[in-house]
Design a protein around this ligand. Structure first.
Ligand code: CP
Ligand code: NVA
Length: 306
């Protein structure tokens, strides 16, 4: 049987996303299981991580398996062993590979040559595990999520791209409030629009953050300078009006929540008042990575089995 990979949100069909999210709720209630008994999951990290590394490690352990944390810098891959050979070799030892690196292309090459499931734990282009969790967290707060709107404020980055795809796929309206010059790549915008059209979901770009947040049920932001990018003062200035602060949150729906994938640069893209305020769901969101990724691993490795 061909290994199933999860390199971008749309590697799961809409119905499969629903299956994973239902299972995640079940794992949240009853955390321990044995679906990974006797199995090893390699966790390859080429960029820093707190949530992803820890939630995958703990998740694999809670499912009865063994997480094997590997830094990309310490693998022969870094000394020019090809990604293809790394994929072939790791597949002989482990039952799944979770990888965080720079180029999406590298993750695709790894998956093309692996015989075990490969999970994208963040690239420069995508952060699909985060996006599944974001939908889960939004629905946890709003069981009537369909047709409600999430507004993403800030840089058109990996998190924004995967979030928009996940919303378009699951019936949540998504608005990107991003300054000119920091949009998602045109190819991504087209993919998201196509997905939104196919699912009857709203997808908008609104440059004016004050106009964007009207009617929103969640305001979401992420760091202005992502890992691997150089600090850029022009970018920071362009993004300042998009800060998730109390003023913007007040203009959203009264029940609206604040989301952030974390790590946060408090005082830049989000204020302390919002992060620590009563409408912040950011730490639930961080916790939910664990539950959703357990459901995802169970699905990819074992099919629809809790
Ligand atoms: N949100 C997220 O992926 O966090 P880490 O970079 O800490 O893994
Ligand atoms: N956009 C951020 C997300 C971190 C989880 C980055 O790539 O650094």
């Amino acid at each position: 049987m061909e290994a199933r990979h999860f390199l971008k949100v749309t590697d799961l069909a809409k119905a499969e996303v629903e299956t994973v999210l239902i299972a995640a709720a079940s794992w949240k209630k009853q955390p321990l299981g044995s679906v990974l008994q006797g199995k090893t999951v390699a966790l390859v990290f080429g960029k820093p991580s707190t949530r992803t590394r820890v939630s995958f490690s703990v998740g694999v352990y809670q499912l009865g398996g063994m997480p094997l944390a590997l830094s990309e810098q310490e693998l022969q891959m870094r000394r020019s062993e090809s990604i293809e050979d790394t994929a072939r070799v790791l597949s002989r030892y482990v039952d799944a590979i979770v990888i965080r690196t720079f180029a999406q292309r590298d993750v695709e090459d790894l998956a093309a040559h692996a015989t075990v499931p490969v999970i994208n734990a963040l690239t420069d282009d995508d952060h699909p595990c985060q996006a599944l969790t974001d939908v889960f967290t939004f629905r946890e707060r709003f069981p009537d999520a369909s047709g409600r709107k999430i507004v993403y404020l800030g840089d058109g980055n990996n998190v924004a791209a995967s979030l928009a795809e996940a919303c378009a796929l699951t019936g949540i309206d998504i608005c990107l409030s991003v300054p000119e010059g920091y949009d998602l790549p045109p190819g991504k915008m087209t993919e998201i629009q196509t997905l939104a059209n196919a699912n009857g979901t709203g997808f908008q770009v609104e440059r004016d953050p004050t106009a964007a947040v009207a009617g929103a049920s969640a305001l979401y932001t992420d760091v202005w300078i992502s890992m691997g990018q150089e600090s850029d003062s022009a970018k920071v200035e362009a993004l300042r009006p998009y800060q998730l602060n109390d003023d913007l949150l007040r203009r959203a729906r009264p029940e609206a929540i604040a989301l952030h994938c974390l790590p946060a640069h408090r005082g830049d893209e989000i204020t302390d008042e919002v992060m620590d305020g009563p409408r912040s769901a950011v730490f639930d969101q961080a916790e939910n990575r664990l539950h959703v990724q357990k459901a995802l691993m169970s699905f990819l490795l074992e099919g629809d089995r809790r």
